[in-house]
Ligand binder design. Sequence first.
Ligand code: TRP
Length: 337
Amino acid sequence: MLEKRDRILTGDRPTGKLHIGHYFGSLQNRVKLQGKYETFIEVADVQALTDNFNHPEKVKKNVNEIVMDELAVGIDPNKATIFLQSMIPEIAELTVFYSNLVTIARLERNPTVKTEIAQKREIFGESVTYGFLGYPVSQAADITVFDGTIVPVGEDQLPLIEQCREIVRKFNSIYGETLYLPKAVVGDNKRIKGLDGNEKMGKSLGNAIYLSDSDEEIARKVMSAVTDPGRIKKDDLGNPDICMVSYYHKLFGKDPKEIEEIEKECREGKRGCVACKKQLIKNIIEVLEPIRERRRYYEERPEEVKEILMEGTKHAQKIAKETMKRVKEAMKLDYFA
Ligand code: TRP
């Protein structure tokens, strides 16, 4: 029997900077949990290559950005291990072993993968690559090689965690109790809408506020946010339920009374959209300023960032080796041990 214990494993694809959707969706949760459980945060550069194989320089550049974003939101390198996926060969090895336990039909049915393939026609054309179709298998290896049991992710990742659980169950039933069964933990704010009202905030959708945006960028983006289209003049009665500015006030406002007041004045046509947006800009800057300040600290100290990632990777390598030994024993691959 496996000894009972919990460990956090989560990760990000280094394909762009992190935005406030990531912040409310999963980063805040990570920061909160890092003191409670042993925490591993993977910079998933190998996974990023599955749909960026022709842009290796983009992946490389964003590794640093992601690490700085993590540190900026308050991930503490003394509490959490930040590491690089490509430096853990055991993940690739485990992916091969797991690939026997998954059918192609099951991968093709994975809702997240299905949606992504549909969105990436320009990369894959008519037929998707083996690597991309199989990335849930590799993600199962990411999680289990570190004995991750708690996986804080955004809602879109749930089918991937479910697929990982299936692999774990199948592995354990064939080779004996070897792997820990992970569980997804979704933050309170499951999915953050974009400034344009789109259900999802995303880099490719151009509707995101980044953690590293300047005051001017934040102001420009908020000024262009979608408000109640029925409200043309300031004293028209507004409907905050269909206004993105009101939606963001709820995320960024510290005082519930202020939020209530804003909505009331909007409904009564007493508060204009411009005043409302200005207030929001101020509130967003207030929340992001400490994050940006920490980010600036690390931007000025690239050696320190590199050191954190290197130390984290070393620690992760040790853990992965230990798990691999257990896995190989279970699979009767322990020849020269
Ligand atoms: N697929 C995740 C995303 O796109 C990133 C990721 C890679 C991940 N490996 C992971 C998340 C392991 C959780 C656990 O955001």
